[in-house]
Design a protein around this ligand. Sequence first.
Ligand code: ATP
Ligand code: MG
Length: 334
Amino acid sequence: MDKAKKIILTGDRPTGPLHLGHFVGSLQNRVKLQDEYQQFIIIADVQALTDNYDNPQKVHDNILQVTLDYLAVGIDPKKTAIFIQSMIPEIAELTIFYLNLVTVERLKRNPTVKEEIKNKNLSENLTAGFLMYPISQAADITAFKADLVPVGEDQLPMIEQTAEIVRKFNRIYAPVLVEPQALVSTVARLSGIDGKAKMSKSLGNAIYLGDSLEAISEKVMQMYTDPNHLKVSDPGKVEGNIVFEYLDAFDPDKNAVQKMKDDYQKGGLGDVVIKKHLIEVLENIIKPIREKREELSKDPEKVMKILQEGTAKAREFAGQTMKEVREAMKIKYF
Ligand code: ATP
Ligand code: MG
């Protein structure tokens, strides 16, 4: 391990294959930064189980799917350690100790958790595990003494919660933990194809990095545009129009997008034309990823080996942090 390098910890829940929101929200930054930083990527199966505890097979199977996505977008296992959360018991151990540093009231105020409880209809059966997942996420980040965490905007409250835990821990025990910074990309929160505020694996509104051209076309054709743009000749609205939001996020030709926006607002540009253009733009991005993914999926054992090696590397690092934490907390007896 290169001690001089700063550290990144980032990751995803194995609740489904990865989508375009992950691509612009975090994956692109991870690929870009993996040379400069020592990067750890966590596949957060323990966190995925908080709202999928009754569906362990889904979580199990998606570990491979998520790893295929990482490798297909260009995460290099020689530079980045990809690991499985549940295989690092130190994270669970840290979580237990951090639970004492956060009030239940504070957890209930977390805006992302509140939104997820609503979107996933969890309010009736809210478990202790789901409510406290931000604490477990603080353990993920601090076990690796991460300086930087590339995330989508929905994760900012988790980084804030982590920083609070770090400050409290360091003040009460000893300055062992590192306060992380969030790195939010230019597209901090990509909307779903249904117009919901966030594309998400669990909401069924995603375009996946492994989607076929047919799947992409079908999803784009369903997209919400401007409900008042009934005739091609009508002036259309660009704000809140998901097709333009996606063109802004993915079309490399910004001038062409501006021209389309002007024409759409004047009237005379139909929804089908802009959607066909978006399909082309998305296919250009997804095609090479899909092809690489297909090739990698022929050898799942090799992919699991990469995870095993990444997990061993991560375990070593987390073990070292745990030693320091035990010492600071005076829970070292013999
Ligand atoms: P789930 O619905 O199971 O929570 P998800 O689609 O929200 O899945 P996560 O695994 O929770 O995906 O998120 C992993 C990372 O991807 C986080 O940093 C998150 O902020 C980012 N991310 C997820 N969805 C988006 C999105 N629509 N736009 C930008 N970033 C996103
Ligand atoms: Mg999520």
